[in-house]
Design a protein around this ligand. Structure first.
Ligand code: NAP
Length: 701
């Protein structure tokens, strides 16, 4: 990093910042852009923080590097190995987070604002790491659902798979969450096995750049897996191919422009967008003043208006409240907003910091003027207000501003103008149908919330508005204390929304990883597809392991290893004994006449759990061995009634193996099939076991 020691110094509390020229990370080297660098200023003091330029970078070479170095390096690793890599990265960033918090103040963020950006970003990486290890195979191909049976004899089957795209993921991020915005895209991308080229928004790029420096210093990521552009993207788009993906966050205007790029169109480059949003929050008619829900609503709206000074894509912009109490809602909100102290975000007593830049403040002022054409400003909206420990003339401070729109059903601006700051409008409604119509007028949002303790109201509003929302939260007195709130996207849940919100989708656990992969429908023989996917499919070869498969360690077991049990007859005494022993005396097991009246049975039948229990007795190898535990069954189906006198046998086939890191064991999934004397399938299921590795097994013998 070049530091210009002859440029401006300024001191802000305990931290000394130098105006630094941000680096671009190109082909694993830090490179400075040429030409006139753009000066980035502090949102709080208006003083320069950094300069940036990406002029002269070889963007085509960056793409080539991602494809030829980053992609192959990442694709060598299994999903679990990539998951462990993310975990190491999250731990490393967590150890360095203090410096991110310090620099984040310059973006105008209070410590409370920085928390979702920095800690929220790091915890997103942790969640993806753990999702990889729990929900994805320890392999390099991801199987999408069960096989499809395409032929009568079962010799030709189908299987959907996902494999990593062979290009780069271009991440274009918004200015409001320089850390989280980068990490929430980066974690699923790396997990997919795809390298990323990140372009942070210029105004807060200094924080994203610092984080990338720490990521690279950690040495955790393989070469070529991450590159950074601080500034414009030059001719990058001209070199994109169908193997690249663009994940964009920002304004709808920019999204539309980039999506229409001729190369994006001609190459069908995957493009996912998270854009503007006029998010709504509905107060249920039951939540009158004096109820816990009314107080929760006021708290939620004020938090959403003031957190990050309202610069959250998920912030509540439209407050949809029952008309008969709209006045009380407005009064309570105004009172609470009046208590928020605005100023230097480094101070604890300050509840709201500054907007990201003076330009942003001017933009919000203009948008409030647009809104005021249809709505009345009832709180804020003035330039002269108290600012704590900061120069109001230099910092990008803006007073929280509340508007009230008397005729929201016929107004346009309140449903279409996004003032990206601490600004929100009260929209009164008379009936639930009206509330639904108002919500829909936003034409697609990232997040919506409903505050009600009436579950009928909740259902009616959700069914009426969910199609316009990517995520909805219903808050009442029972969940409020643990609720993550209206505006917090979570790594486990999808983030994105229809229409104005961009039509994209990110995160949502494994769903978010798959956006960077290609789904392919495979067709072939069960043996071939089992071999490709490392998961045994019925109809594939059944291998004779030579010994009972329970005598084999994790490494020794082969997919397809099969054990066929001896037969065992089910007697009426067995059914009586099982019924008496377990207490399950359901009539179909106990009473011949009543069982015959049941359309499924010809007479008394064995309990399903008796079949499964007998099956375990038939396939188990009881002696001390490498199989450590049975930890469940999946997809259990009883397909044929078992009558007394029937004779059961079991086939148990090693279906899938998933090594659990260096724990000394791995998960082995077995395909179990219980058949009767006529070879009819009575039960089918997967048995899940933990099996010791060679090393562990040797150590305990
Ligand atoms: P913006 O102008 O659209 O910028 C977004 C990103 O696009 C920035 O990184 C910007 O870089 C980049 N960009 C702009 N023009 C580009 C071009 N021609 N080629 C490549 N990249 C280009 O949006 P903004 O005004 O900074 O951000 C505020 C908006 O973002 C709001 O409308 C807000 O609702 C939305 N937002 C949405 C979400 C979400 O998750 N849906 C999250 C946050 C914000 P430069 O900074 O260098 O121009």
């Amino acid at each position: 990093m070049t530091v210009y020691c002859d440029t401006k110094f300024f001191k802000h509390h305990f931290f000394l910042y130098l105006t630094m020229k941000l680096g671009n990370l190109v082909q694993d080297q830090w490179v400075e852009g040429g030409g006139d660098a753009r000066v980035l200023t502090s949102a709080v003091t208006g003083e320069p923080v950094a300069t940036l330029s990406s002029e002269g970078l070889d963007f085509k070479a960056m793409l080539d590097h991602a494809k030829s170095v980053g992609g192959p390096n990442l694709r060598k690793l299994t999903f679990h190995e990539r998951g462990f890599m993310l975990k190491d990265l999250a731990i490393y960033l967590n150890d360095h987070k203090q410096e991110f918090y310090e620099l984040s103040t310059q973006t105008g963020a209070t410590r409370r604002d920085s928390w979702p950006d920095i800690d929220g970003g790091i915890s997103t990486v942790f969640v993806f790491s753990s999702k990889a290890r729990r929900e994805m195979p320890n392999d390099r191909v991801y199987l999408d659902g069960p096989p499809e049976w395409l032929s009568r004899e079962g010799t030709f089957v189908g299987q959907h798979i996902f494999t990593p795209k062979l290009g780069a993921a271009i991440h274009i991020n918004a200015f409001n969450f320089p850390c989280w915005g980068m990490l929430e895209k980066l974690a699923p991308t790396l997990l997919a096995g795809v390298p990323a080229i990140v372009k942070p928004a210029s105004s807060t790029a200094y924080l994203a750049e610092l984080m990338v420096r720490r990521i690279i210093e950690s040495g955790i990521l393989p070469k070529g897996s991450l590159q950074l552009i601080c500034g414009g993207v030059g001719d990058l788009f001209d070199h994109l191919t169908c193997q690249d993906t663009i994940a964009f966050t920002g304004s709808k205007y920019t999204a539309e422009k980039l999506q229409a790029h001729p190369r994006v169109v001609s190459e069908s480059v995957a493009f996912t967008a998270e854009t503007d949003s006029l998010n709504m929050s509905i107060l249920g008619p039951d939540a009158t003043p004096g109820t816990p829900e009314f107080d929760l609503y006021i708290k939620e709206v004020v938090r959403e208006m003031t957190a990050k000074a309202g610069q959250k894509c998920t912030a509540i912009r439209r407050i949809i409240a029952p008309a008969n109490i709209a006045g009380e809602v407005t009064a309570a909100l105004s009172r609470a907003l009046g208590e928020v102290r605005i100023g230097n975000p480094a101070l604890k007593e300050v509840g709201m910091g500054a907007l990201a830049s003076q330009g942003q403040r001017d933009e919000v002022r203009e948008r409030v003027a647009d809104l005021a054409a249809e709505a009345e400003v009832v709180f804020g909206g003035v330039d002269d207000f108290e600012v704590v420990d900061a120069d109001a003339g230099k910092g990008a401070f803006f007073m929280p501003t509340l508007l009230h729109c008397e005729k929201p059903l016929t107004s346009k601006a309140v449903h279409s103008v996004e003032a990206f700051g601490p600004v929100s409008t009260v929209l009164p409604y008379d009936t639930l149908d009206e509330a639904i119509e108002l919500a829909r007028l936003g034409e697609g949002s990232l997040a919506g919330s409903i505050i009600t303790n009436d579950n009928d109201v909740a259902r009616e509003l959700v069914l009426g508005t969910a199609a316009y929302h990517g995520r909805m939260v219903i808050i009442n007195r029972h969940c409020a204390a643990e609720s993550t709130g209206h505006g917090s996207p979570l790594a486990h849940l999808v983030h994105g929304g229809p229409g104005r919100a961009g039509g994209g989708e990110e995160m949502g656990g494994v769903r978010g990883v798959l956006h960077y992969m290609q789904r392919t429908a495979l067709q072939g023989s069960p043996e071939t597809l089992s071999h490709i996917g490392h998961r045994w499919i019925r109809g594939a070869d059944q291998k004779d392991p030579g010994v009972h498969p329970f005598r084999k360690t994790f490494e020794q077991l082969e997919i397809g290893d099969t054990f066929n049990s001896k037969p065992r007859e089910v007697t009426l005494e067995d059914i009586d004994h099982f019924a008496e022993f377990t207490g399950d005396t359901f009539y179909a097991h106990m009473n011949e006449e009543e069982a015959q009246k049941n359309p499924f049975f010809e007479g008394r039948v064995a309990h399903g759990y008796l079949i499964v229990s007998f099956a375990a007795g038939l396939f188990v190898d009881p002696d001390f061995g490498p199989v450590l535990a049975n930890y469940g069954v999946d997809d259990l189906r009883f397909l044929q009634p078992v009558n007394y006198g029937d004779s059961l046998k079991v086939r148990l086939t090693c279906k899938q193996k998933t090594l659990r890191g260096d724990t000394g064991y791995g998960e082995v999934r077995w395909d179990a099939e219980v058949t009767n004397q006529d070879d009819e399938i009575c039960a089918q299921y997967d048995v899940l076991t933990m099996v010791a590795t060679d090393a562990h097994w040797k150590s305990v013998q």
